[in-house]
Design a binder for this molecule. Structure first.
Ligand SMILES: *Cc1c(COP(=O)(O)O)cnc(C)c1O
Length: 405
């Protein structure tokens, strides 16, 4: 059908499908969704407007949509063990904006982890609306450990008295200490928000401690380790439910993306199966095996290793920038992103590091015994970064491995 209507786009989609199939997809925030999630995403639910919430809509014809959204809510509540779930945020960034709208006034103080230290733009980084319209104070990691020091966080919170504290981020290879953040938030009377966008699947599968009971408000994307469609959720206790719902609609958004809601429901069902627990734990085992293999090959890892799905490499000792390394690796069939490392001396568009993760390759079926192979390929590709022939040779080996799975 698509091929007849729009052969150009059909060809491009097919090309992307082939590209994904023959690459080791190691961007830490990406994954491969199931055929069931894809099918829900491509359904007629995309035709429907349904501003409001189940039972309180501004458009007619919600007999089916209400059931879809209620199912998604119920599954999210059961999987994470929370009182309330809003499944309407269009993505992780608007989900976080809803938190600002719900609990802060412009100019109020918000505290988050600084972007180059592993935080997210929406946790108050200067170029983001959250850093421009709010007074943002940012915690960092320690230079000697590459980890957040909770004494530093506490001191900053006591000095700046933020109304909201964000924990979580996009390039944090270590376990987030939710109880310690909760203690600090309590001490300064701040609202603790746990942004578990990257680790939601690990939390759901029991491979990372849960923020529930520590953070009354939890934001997450649904498309990273959780392996659902591009979307987001906000999970809250009963006390913060109403403020969040009002902030999402009508505060920030119009009609929810119902096809996405359905696909989120499917992903939540998949994540509640026993096999998903195995999957979540295998992601971490793979990341730890990869980290070990990289260390053995002289790579310098931020914080010295990983507790979760991601590895952050400082390439300074390999005498190459993150960007040329990432480009060479992409040519060699290993897809990841260049990334700032803590206390980076290079520019954000050409930083010192690369970030990679194992959610995607774990979905593909790779196991810890194959991680040294990946580390070898990475080592070879970085050494031969300006030799296209050598890179193409590695890409062929990658393709062979993926073809054998
Ligand atoms: C990915 C991410 C987001 C933003 O999600 P988008 O869907 O890209 O808007 C927010 N917070 C954290 C910690 C993330 O990793």
């Amino acid at each position: 059908m698509l091929r007849e209507v729009d052969p150009e786009i059909a060809t491009l989609i097919q090309a992307e499908e082939h590209r994904q199939a023959r690459k080791l997809r190691m961007i830490a925030s990406e994954n491969d969704v199931s055929a069931a999630v894809l099918e829900a995403t491509g359904s007629v639910l995309t035709n429907k407007y349904s501003e409001g919430y189940p039972g309180k809509r501004y458009y007619e014809g919600q007999q089916v949509i209400d059931q879809v959204e209620l199912l998604a809510q119920d599954r999210a509540k059961a999987l994470f063990g929370v009182d309330h779930a809003n499944v309407q945020p269009y993505s992780g960034s608007p989900a976080n904006l809803a938190v600002y709208l719900a609990f802060l006034q412009p100019g109020d103080t918000v505290m988050g982890m600084s972007l180059p230290m592993g935080g997210h733009l929406t946790h108050g980084w200067s170029v983001s609306a959250t850093g421009r319209w709010f007074r943002s104070v940012q915690y960092e990691v320690r230079k000697d450990t590459g980890r957040v020091d909770m004494d530093d966080v506490r001191a900053l919170a006591l000095a700046e008295r933020p109304k909201v504290i964000f924990c979580g981020g996009t390039a944090i290879p270590r376990t987030i200490d939710f109880p310690a953040f909760a203690d600090i938030a309590r001490e300064v009377d701040a609202l603790l928000v746990a942004d578990i966008a990257h680790i939601a699947g690990l939390v759901a599968g029991g491979a990372h401690p849960s923020p529930v009971g520590h953070a009354p408000v939890i934001t997450t994307t649904t498309h990273k380790t959780l392996r659902g469609p591009r979307g987001a959720m906000i999970l809250t206790d009963a006390a913060h439910a109403k403020a969040i719902d009002r902030a999402v609609f009508p505060g920030l958004q119009g009609g929810p993306h119902n096809h996405t809601t359905a696909a989120i429901a499917v992903a939540l069902k998949e994540a509640s199966q026993p096999e998903f627990r195995d999957y979540a734990h295998m992601i971490v085992k793979n990341a730890q095996a990869l980290a070990e293999a990289l260390l053995e090959r002289g790579f310098d890892l931020v914080s010295g290793g990983t507790d979760n799905h991601l590895v952050l490499i400082d390439l300074t000792s390999k005498l190459i920038g993150g960007k040329p390394a990432a480009q060479a690796l992409d040519r060699a069939g290993i897809e990841l992103n260049y990334n700032a490392v803590p206390f980076d001396t290079r520019k954000p568009f050409d930083p010192s590091g690369i970030r990679l993760g194992t959610p995607g390759v774990t979905t593909r079926g790779l196991r810890p015994e194959q991680m040294p192979l990946i580390a070898d390929w990475m080592d070879r590709a970085i050494a031969a970064h300006d030799n296209d022939q050598a890179l193409d040779l590695i890409a062929a080996e990658v393709e062979e491995l993926l073809g054998s799975l």
